[in-house]
Design a protein around this ligand. Sequence first.
Ligand code: PLP
Length: 451
Amino acid sequence: MHDKNRSLVDLDKHALIHPYTNLANHQRTGPLVIERGDGIHVIDENGKSYIEGLAGLWSTALGFSEPELAAAAAKQFDALPTYHSFNGMATRPMIELANRLKDMVPISDGRVFFANSGSEINDTVIKLIWYTNNILGRPEKKKIITRMRSYHGVTLATASMTGLGTCHDGFDLPLDRFFKCMCPDYYREGLPGESEEQFSERCADDLRKLIEHEGAGTIAAFYADPVIAGGGVVPPPAGYFDRVQKILKENQILFVADEVICGFGRTGRAFASDTYHLQPDVITVAKALSSAYLPISAAIVAPTIWEPLISGSEKYDAFAHGFTYSGHPVSAAVALRTLEIYEERSIFQHVQSVGKHFAQRIDSFAGHPMVGDIRRVGLLGGIEFSSDPATKAQFDKLLKVGSFCSQKCQNHGLIIRNMGDIIAFCPPLIISEPEIDEMFRRFELALAETW
Ligand code: PLP
């Protein structure tokens, strides 16, 4: 029973299984309970304020206290707090949001499908692609290629797509049909003396060989998060996507850009597909679509995918996929207002402008005796620690240097994320230059205590 005299920390341990948490450690440490938000800050139950250097989970673009989004939600709650879109039903916010998204993405004449999370929408896309290939009479074309260290979610299919062992261990994953090619991490995977372009060529070769080995006729799609974020902040090396896209076209393999993190300005343009000149057949988005204020995700798919879906209904009757909350009116209204605010306040241009300052500040850690590599684009950055930057040697994993530093950051009022010994920065897009300075000042204090 809920005991009012017990602390929230105790009650948390009493009742919760936390997602993506070391549950054994959690029994000892307990949660950090966040109660309020203010701009780029969150405030815990004891009143301590933190800069949220990871925008929640790489998600809120407009910070933690945007009144316009609360107002948009309240207005929609008044008008129609819930409705569905099965059997051809629709609501105004969902229709308007779909049209706005369709016009934003670099996909010609796309159609939009809504879900609630990144995992759900990526899972959906796999189903759409399999369904389409069945309709088109190529049932053997079903395999999916992703990259090592990519992150696409945690459902059975999307965890299988994810190229991180931790998402497979103990879960009997990956499922078959899911294959991985090389991670394009020039720092870790590049050979001595190899240029970035040569490295990209080697990555492309790896993809080519995988396609040859499996047979192009059996591969449906290549799926990429244009900047790998959860796998350690890996922007694509020079010439990488040009080569990859050429191979995909030659082999009639669909290209899906998972823009769940990159979408809506993170890289300085609306989509990473714009930043890196990609021509995907599908783009998936979530997180910043609603500035993460309510769960909503979407896939925008090219005619090669949605046209067969329509003829599919002649064969199978209803297109039998969808969620109770697909295009939920309140989530859609908040997302619509979010996209309007991005435009009204020139948020993507703001990222380009403060992104230069972010770049200068993060680059200033180069030469630190613990810093091996710094990778960044827009307002997304990663610092990789090395025990000997001259040789790129990695710290003994047991030392847990990254999590130690991340804990020190927290003590200094900065929440960031470490993936092993890589520290990620992904602040809300509204961050100002002085706030960027303060974020890195706090990190510097933590680093001094880590070294
Ligand atoms: N795709 C990418 C690139 C992500 O980074 C994430 C989550 O961080 C997902 C998909 C899964 O999203 P969700 O956690 O909303 O299921």
